[in-house]
Design a binder for this molecule. Sequence first.
Ligand code: 13P
Length: 252
Amino acid sequence: MTQRRPLVAANWKMNGVLATIRPLVRDVLQGLTEDIHAEVVICPPYIYLSEVSALLAESSVQLGAQNLSQHGAGAYTGEISAAMLLDYNCRYVIVGHSERRYLYGESDELVAENFVAASNADIIPILCVGEQLQEREAGNTEEVVARQLDTVIDKAGIDTFAKAVIAYEPVWAIGTGRNATPDQAQEVHAFIRLRLARHDDTIADGIRVLYGGSVKADNAKELFSMADVDGGLIGGASLQADDFLAICQATR
Ligand code: 13P
């Protein structure tokens, strides 16, 4: 079995201004001791990519974006391309976050196109999948996650998952303070890996599957101790340096 290096990614969403971002990044960098062996990624709002890119330049922390356009360039007002993200050294990009899917109407197909745009530019997509509360209650979790995943596999091809990350984020756990239990997370993470293994065992074994949804300093260790949980995608708790650092520590 492959040893997967844990990854902890901060998704700041639409939070922070320069006055808060600068000290936050500084405190995170100061607190990241060498015994944290997780890869750490920060995904600020687009407009702060330049600033955060400069702040992270001498560090081992990677930069990520929260979304990208499926198009290369052109008349797409308000959109940001993969090439623009590369200008600021973005190594990762979140695609298909549930807030994009459900607040901004991104379809499975669009998410797949965004995934392809990232892959083609050699930016590592962090593909978010996850069910809504009513889907879980109806017993449809696996069906929903399979559909979200299969659309991307069909469009992008399984080989692109050799350089990709998946984040399982149950929608009912995001920003609610109600996290999935470690067993609930493990069950879906194992399912995701199996789904990929239908196409390629090696890729399924090597890919990092993150959990996201109300990960906090006090529940991270339990979640990250599960066999198929390779780290986390952290929203609210990534806005406080101490909390975020404690979550990074919890991958040990
Ligand atoms: P919270 O950690 O605030 O629940 O957000 C999770 C998330 O959506 C990360 O992408």
